[in-house]
Design a protein around this ligand. Sequence first.
Ligand SMILES: Nc1nc2c(c(=O)[nH]1)N[C@H]1C(S)=C(S)[C@@H](COP(=O)(O)OP(=O)(O)OC[C@H]3O[C@@H](n4cnc5c(=O)[nH]c(N)nc54)[C@H](O)[C@@H]3O)O[C@H]1N2
Ligand SMILES: Nc1nc2c(c(=O)[nH]1)N[C@H]1C(S)=C(S)[C@@H](COP(=O)(O)OP(=O)(O)OC[C@H]3O[C@@H](n4cnc5c(=O)[nH]c(N)nc54)[C@H](O)[C@@H]3O)O[C@H]1N2
Ligand code: SF4
Ligand SMILES: [Mo]
Length: 741
Amino acid sequence: MATEQRYRICPFCEATCGLELSIEGDRVGGVRGDDADVFSGGFLCPKGPAIRELHEDPDRLRQPLIKRGDGHQPATWDEAFEEISKRLGAVLQEHGNESVAVYLGNPSVHNWSLSLYSRVFLRALQTSHIYSASTVDQVPKQLASGLMFGSFATVPVPDIDRTDYLLVLGANPFESNGSLWTVPDFPGRLRALRQRGGRCTVVDPKRTRTAAAADRHLFIRPGTDALFLAAIVNTLLAEDRVDLGRLEPHVTGVADLAPAFEQFTAEAVADSCAIAADDIRTVARELADAEHAAVYGRIGTCTQEFGTVASWLVDVCNVLTGNLDSPGGVMFPEPAAFGLGAKAGPGRGVTTGRRHSRVRGAPEVMGEFPCSCLAEEIETSGKGQIRALFTIAGNPVLSTPNGARLDAALRGLDFMVSLDIYLNETSRHADVILPGLSVLETSHYDTAFPAFGYRNAVRYSPPVFAPPADRPSEWETLLRLTSIVSNDAAGASIEDLDAFVLSTNLQRYLRSPSKIEGREQDEILQALEGRRGPERLLDLALRAGPYGDGFGKDPQGLSLDKLLGHPHGIDLGELQSRVPDVLRTPSGMVELAPEQLIADLPRLAESIGREPDGFRLIGRRHLRSNNSWMHNLPHLTRGKHLCTLQIHSTDAERLQLAHGGTAVVSSRAGTVEVPVEVTDEIMPGVVSMPHGWGHHHEGARLSVARERPGANSNLLAHEHALDPLSGNAVLNGIPVTVRAA
Ligand SMILES: Nc1nc2c(c(=O)[nH]1)N[C@H]1C(S)=C(S)[C@@H](COP(=O)(O)OP(=O)(O)OC[C@H]3O[C@@H](n4cnc5c(=O)[nH]c(N)nc54)[C@H](O)[C@@H]3O)O[C@H]1N2
Ligand SMILES: Nc1nc2c(c(=O)[nH]1)N[C@H]1C(S)=C(S)[C@@H](COP(=O)(O)OP(=O)(O)OC[C@H]3O[C@@H](n4cnc5c(=O)[nH]c(N)nc54)[C@H](O)[C@@H]3O)O[C@H]1N2
Ligand code: SF4
Ligand SMILES: [Mo]
């Protein structure tokens, strides 16, 4: 049979590698990295080729399921929507929209059908009960960026190919392949950095593969990055090493820093961080002295008690050393579509706390409540109690704190719908499960990640296989749900609703600075004819966007037609300086000392000298695993079991824990049993366990994963341990006790 080469951007992680698939008829022969991809250049990790196993996985759902009695039975799409219409309709009628909640999971950002159309569904639903994986992840960084730069989506990334000094805290891109930083082949780029004479320092309680490849690794006590960075800021100020460079006229708040950071000397924080004062000062001096330096922090700095302050201080260091928005420093990528839009003067900035959660009064951030509040909002009766839940590509039973409590709470719902491709720990509670298409049956465009790219580029993948005729794309599913929750008796068709979505998108471009500002709506609509769904929104966004053809204004510019002629993507060049245009703060400047963040420093100061009792638990990632949901793919699951408790040999010896034996780990939230892995790569006093495991639940359909279920580390995370500013869960630095089973 003839083999045909097809190209598909990998949807599994933020590196967004281009894959080359050999297609033999209706089967995938092989998968390799696409050497010609303008952005990833052939790089891939073991999860990329697993796209074939995902496509073929017999457990992957291919038709809706409805829960009847104890089990889930296959149903037609019409039956499934009818069931939702009937049962959700009853909940809405009796308890109102405020009784319906939505939880959005991580793949909803990697799947453009979901990312573009779940917004439409949420708008129609009009509930404040919105939860997502963002509050077990990156909200602290988005909040800090929002306060400094004026938009939650404006996060600078290291310009790694031009930097001389990279400081990495709480990230392990050798395993994760980067996050809030789209950087395929981080290992190769780090090697190149060092070969051209640059240096890299990694701060992490574990000597990770990233740390081992760096020039210097500093062990840090979990949860103390904000103190470490505060001492760097203190040193830069005290030693007069501040130089804002080109950014000088665009920064406000510098003078507020000195009094706020006076007490955070290297000496004051050294014991708390378990890093020598001299080492802290050395890092500060290296940052200041490097021609081009970049500081980057991720999961380890976000999912902790001081996540927002730590995330803020990362960029304070970048600004004070003249490295923000400067080549070789940290820069703001400019995506070809779905970006911020052109500048219209100072912006509105960001606000939080416009609402507070019903049960514990947690402030809304980015329109969401912390996902740690979900269980109590379901359990606690009263007006606004959650009676119905939609999960969209999420598995909160395994991914969020105190999964056991949530697991039990989900049983108490009147009605639940999961948009998911598996019957798993979370979706087993759903009354109706609506599956998406196979990744190979959908087109792909990354709506979010180009805003974090190490370089500007634009890429689109058409579907590899035609989807089965009777199966909707997820955007169509979401529009049908939109119609149901809108109580649209007339039954607007998908095409009508989609036309409405297009029109709202179009109005924004026509009314604000863009390549089509002030143009005639009909002229643009006519030019977009022939496409529907996400493709039509993309064509509009590309053409009205910064590199677009402006519908005739700039014939060389981008359009979807043009992009279709470039299966390996189009490179849009190195990152460019974008301040002040990228700023949306009320002052129109970089706000270096936002009041809300300065006000959190006394809480940080109180943590100095707090002695840890017992162990601190941290998380980790593995190349062959992806959060909770790729454990059913045989190639990724073979070999050494990944779900172990890593512990230093001196600690293991003291506790008489043998390598391969079983440890009992307890926190104030719960207890798990997990196999022991003794390693000197981890800091004494710290233990590490990956998340996303615990696939033993009855009623799930994960035949491979349940063979080696592992233990759920989130049974140890407490739903009340949060960073109060962002509502993000504390998943690293959890106090635990450890003993032999
Ligand atoms: N202890 C601890 N907990 C953590 C973390 C940690 O570091 N430590 N990390 C956190 C982070 S960063 C994240 S992002 C969260 C993730 O949290 P979640 O997003 O809640 O969990 P995932 O494991 O990503 O689950 C994704 C779900 O989407 C489904 N899915 C996959 N592809 C598709 C698709 O195309 N369509 C649909 N409809 N469904 C799909 C999968 O079957 C699965 O049910 O976990 C968090 N939890
Ligand atoms: N293979 C794989 N890749 C993934 C994922 C996956 O599950 N598997 N998940 C994806 C997702 S959703 C995300 S958000 C990204 C996350 O991407 P990364 O942020 O790179 O995530 P991790 O690999 O967990 O790295 C976090 C590091 O923080 C360290 N750490 C823990 N506590 C602290 C602390 O208090 N201070 C400091 N300085 N360090 C600490 C840990 O030891 C670990 O090395 O990865 C993405 N990529
Ligand atoms: S690093 Fe791996 S999972 Fe991430 S995009 Fe590339 S191939 Fe896919
Ligand atoms: Mo994440």
